[in-house]
Ligand binder design. Structure first.
Ligand code: ATP
Length: 362
């Protein structure tokens, strides 16, 4: 009998539904073809469009659907013109992060030697590292609640032992898994600014304590400014990078830049019991409704979901289907025939997604 997995689906705003539809179609095909697993999708209405229709941006029922699911697939959400009365943007994805304790923002950066990148990769070098961004505290701790007077503004950076311990444990486990599957050398780098801020010296000391539990892995440190330089000069040397929220926010866009833009950048927000998979880009209202959005980041996020489900449920076929799906997107971008406009091509969303399905069949 097939093992069944419940997936909560947030279709999103703007281009969100346009890139979610072909992604679900691909997942349904994989699920139909699998002898061992079945994916069951449940819609969770939320977002800016839903707010306009109903006055509620994130119904309690949708949070429940997410909480009860084995995994959460979320498309780009929010619209710049739709805001709460206090002027803040509608972002159920941030509510989910807080409500479900999703402390690890996982941003893979992968460029094969045949894919486009703004860098000239030396022969034989490929980029394949993962940036882990702490996602519940750091310099985002006072987000929306900083103090501003006429003369000064203050925000608070918070780093707790509890979250940092979970974060670093997660980073080392990921590195272990990458090493086991031949994708990484088993190296974890703590990215901080421990030479200037006591908070980062604290962060680093917690990292060192966790590193001591993993003598089979290599652990080192890098300052965030140097990391930005090395991400451009020698990104192939990284394996797993782990850092504070704001540093991670900035470095992950640099990582997306190495991959040729946000259209190829997937992400996951992972906690102890739940995980959300979503593209790094926003809802791109400027191109919504035209059928030209790039679906690859959404499809790659779905591939990450399969790999994560497989790992956490000890279900190797799910993990290998996740890897197959990721490789199919790589093949589709390498052959370059069905690229969307943001990647320099002329294809629409549907043709780009079809080329992934074709690559899956080969
Ligand atoms: P947010 O703050 O919600 O992350 P943003 O301000 O970063 O959003 P996006 O919505 O990501 O903005 O869009 C930035 C630019 O990238 C826009 O010109 C948009 O059309 C383009 N873009 C974003 N995602 C895609 C995509 N999947 N396919 C094609 N173009 C995209």
């Amino acid at each position: 009998m097939k093992k069944s997995y419940d997936v909560a689906v947030f279709h999103g705003d703007g281009i969100g539904p346009e890139i979610m539809a072909p992604t679900l179609e691909i997942l349904r095909q994989l699920s139909r073809g699998s002898p061992s697993y079945e994916l069951v999708f449940t819609d969770a209405p939320a977002g800016a469009g839903h707010y306009v229709k109903t006055g509620d941006s994130f119904p309690a029922g949708s949070l429940e659907t997410a909480r009860n699911a084995d995994a959460i697939l979320l498309s780009a959400m929010g619209l710049p013109d739709v805001r709460y009365p206090d002027g803040t943007e509608i972002s159920p994805q941030i509510d989910l992060r807080k409500q479900l304790g999703l402390f690890a923002g996982v941003r893979p950066v992968k460029v094969s030697s045949r894919q486009m990148t703004p860098l000239a990769l030396p022969p034989g070098k490929e980029i394949d590292f993962v940036l882990i961004r702490e996602s519940t505290e750091g310099l985002f701790f006072t987000q929306g609640a900083g103090e501003v007077t006429e003369h000064e503004a203050r925000e608070t950076l918070l780093i707790t032992r509890e979250v940092s311990e979970k974060l670093f444990r997660f980073a080392f486990e990921l590195a272990q898994n990458r090493k086991r599957t031949g994708r990484g050398r088993g190296r974890v780098t703590c990215v901080d600014k421990a030479n200037v801020f006591r908070a980062f010296a604290f962060f680093r000391s917690i990292f060192d304590a966790e590193a001591a539990n993993h003598p089979d892995l290599q652990a080192d440190h890098a300052y965030v400014d140097a990391t930005a330089l090395w991400m451009v000069q020698k990104p192939w040397e990284f394996d797993v990078l782990v850092t504070e929220n704001m540093f991670g926010d900035i470095l992950s866009d640099l990582g997306a830049g190495l991959m040729g833009g946000l259209g190829l950048a997937p992400s996951a927000d992972i906690g102890l019991d739940h995980a959300v998979f979503q593209p790094c880009h926003g809802s791109a209202p400027d191109i919504a409704g035209q059928g030209i959005a790039n679906p690859f980041a959404m499809i790659l996020s779905a591939a990450m979901m399969l790999e994560w489900l497989g790992l956490t449920h000890d279900h190797p076929e799910l993990s290998s289907d996740g890897a197959r799906l990721r490789e199919a997107v790589e093949k589709a971008t390498e052959n370059g025939q069905n690229l969307t406009r943001d990647l320099g091509g002329t294809a629409g969303t549907r043709d780009a997604a079809s080329s992934v399905l074709e690559a899956l069949r080969v």
